[in-house]
Each structure stands twice: as structure tokens, then as C-alpha cells.
Ligand binder design. Structure first.
Ligand code: DGL
Length: 272
């Protein structure tokens, strides 16, 4: 048993899709969440900048006595996970491997799709792991740079003509490739499940990378006998931008009625 909290971070609100799943499957766990909304999006930036930001995010979280960190950001997971793992003496999990394994378990046709940020697609991390685990699988990948800003502005509902137009443009080539599983390789994208599902059609399984990572973290903690005692876990939320803005949208991501307490932190003070 280990009652210490789990740290979770993302460039913004997207990582809350992983928190939602963690709270559902591990209600006894305490969670410390950091969303770097002041510097979002990470996904259009060069790797060095993403790594610098990720190290600062980790440095803030490591101010707490944590038992593990979930990197609930596809962009950090694809570009910086190995460095963060090497620099930290607690388990640090990303979203890539859990979602690739989930896609491989779901595909029947051997044709899978992957959508993520520009940095994630450019890194080739998803594509490499698919090739390593299942060389015969055909992967069609696409970057969707407008998805994150639209999601952070709450433009997620089916019927919203802006998000629907953008989604059709990005996803049509993947749909036309005949995939039957699509990895939502950025933790913001599960908010667009309705919109993406409408373009892809009902026979395509959508894989929520944050939720897949939450399940992998549960297995890891269980294996190490590091789950919390049965109790009601608490979540604390921190952001680098205005707490009120984070609070206003957090309910949408967490699917909770009450907006959480949020504290603003000066992330530039950490880790350099
Ligand atoms: N949620 C982040 C990801 O999974 C968003 C990336 C961004 O900040 O551009 O990649």
C-alpha cells in the first residue's frame, strides 16, 4: 500500500481526460494535476522547448512526495519521456505504449490510424512502436494542429460548424485509408469523440490515449503493491495561467458538476 499522490501533467486541460479515468478506476488515489495553460500549445514547438517545459512541469510536481507521474500529454510522451524517466527515481508513464497496445488489441483489419500534434507525428514515436510490436500493421498518421486550441476554447460539440469542418479536413484521408482503429494520440482529442466518431463512422474504434495510460498506471501500481488504501481520494489542480479560466473548462473535461479548486503557480520559477 502507498497513499502518496500520483502526479499528472499536460500542457493544458487535455490531461484531465486521464484524470477522469484515474478517478473512475482508482477512486482512492490522491492526484496532483498541473496544466501548463500559459505555455500551451506544446505541440507546435521544437523538441528542445518541449523538453525544457516538461522538466519544469516535473520539477513543480516533484515538490510533492509522489509515488508516480503520469505524463498525460502526447507531445511530451513522444518527445521527452525517456529523458524524464532517466532523470526521476519514481515510475514515469506516458501515453504512447498503452494506446498502441490498445489499438493493436482492437484492430481486425491491420490498418490503424493515429492523430496527434505536429510534434508527436514528427517524432515518429507512435509509428516506431507500431512497427516494433506489429510489423505488418499499416499506420496512417495525421497532425491536427487546430484541434487543441479549439478544444481549449470549448469548441467540442457535434453541430459546431467550425470543429466539424476542421475535423473533416484532417480525418478524411485516414477514413479513406480504411482504418478500423484510431488512436487519439493527444489527450485533448477525447473531448472530440462525438465529432471524430461522426467523421470516422461507427465501425472505427477510437482509442483515448489518456484513459489507456490510466489503465496502464493502475496495473503498474497494482504489480508493485503501491495502490492506496480504500478511502476517498482527493485531487488538487494547479495551472500556470488564470485559475478561473482553468476552473471554468475543467468540468467539461472531468465530466464533474462542481468546478474544482485551482491554484495558479509561476512555472518559470521551477527546474532551471
Ligand atoms: N494534450 C497535449 C498532447 O497530448 C496537447 C498538446 C499541445 O499542447 O499542443 O499532445
Amino acid at each position: 500500500m502507498d497513499d502518496r499522490p500520483i502526479g499528472v501533467f499536460d500542457s493544458g486541460l487535455g490531461g484531465l481526460t486521464a484524470v477522469r479515468e484515474l478517478r473512475r478506476i482508482l477512486p482512492a488515489e490522491d492526484i496532483i494535476y498541473f496544466g501548463d495553460t500559459a505555455r500551451l500549445p506544446y505541440g507546435n514547438r521544437p523538441r528542445e522547448t518541449i523538453l525544457k517545459y516538461a522538466r519544469q512541469d516535473m520539477a513543480f510536481l516533484r515538490g510533492f512526495d509522489l509515488k508516480a507521474v503520469l505524463v498525460a500529454c502526447g507531445t511530451v510522451s513522444t518527445t521527452s519521456l525517456d529523458v524524464l524517466q532517466a532523470e526521476n527515481d519514481i515510475p514515469v508513464l506516458g501515453v504512447v505504449e498503452p494506446s498502441v497496445r490498445s489499438a493493436l488489441a482492437l484492430t481486425r483489419s491491420g490498418r490503424v490510424g493515429m492523430v496527434a500534434t505536429v510534434a508527436s507525428v514528427r517524432s515518429g514515436a507512435y509509428q516506431r512502436l507500431f512497427r516494433a510490436l506489429a510489423p505488418a500493421v499499416e499506420v496512417t498518421a495525421a497532425a491536427c494542429p487546430l484541434f487543441v486550441p479549439l478544444v481549449e476554447n470549448g469548441r467540442v460539440a457535434p453541430g459546431d460548424i467550425v470543429i466539424e469542418t476542421v475535423a473533416r479536413e484532417y480525418l478524411s484521408p485516414i477514413r479513406d485509408a480504411g482504418v478500423d482503429a484510431l488512436v487519439l494520440g493527444c489527450t485533448h482529442y477525447p473531448l472530440l469523440t462525438g465529432v471524430i466518431g461522426a467523421v470516422m463512422g461507427p465501425s472505427v474504434a477510437l482509442i483515448d490515449s489518456g484513459a489507456a495510460a490510466a489503465l496502464a498506471l493502475r496495473d503498474l501500481l497494482a504489480e508493485r503493491d503501491a495502490l492506496a488504501r480504500p478511502r476517498q481520494g482527493q485531487a488538487a489542480y494547479y495551472t500556470s495561467d488564470r485559475a478561473e479560466d482553468f476552473r471554468r473548462l475543467a468540468g467539461l473535461f472531468l465530466r464533474e458538476d462542481t468546478a474544482p479548486q485551482v491554484e495558479q503557480v509561476d512555472i518559470d520559477r521551477y527546474g532551471l
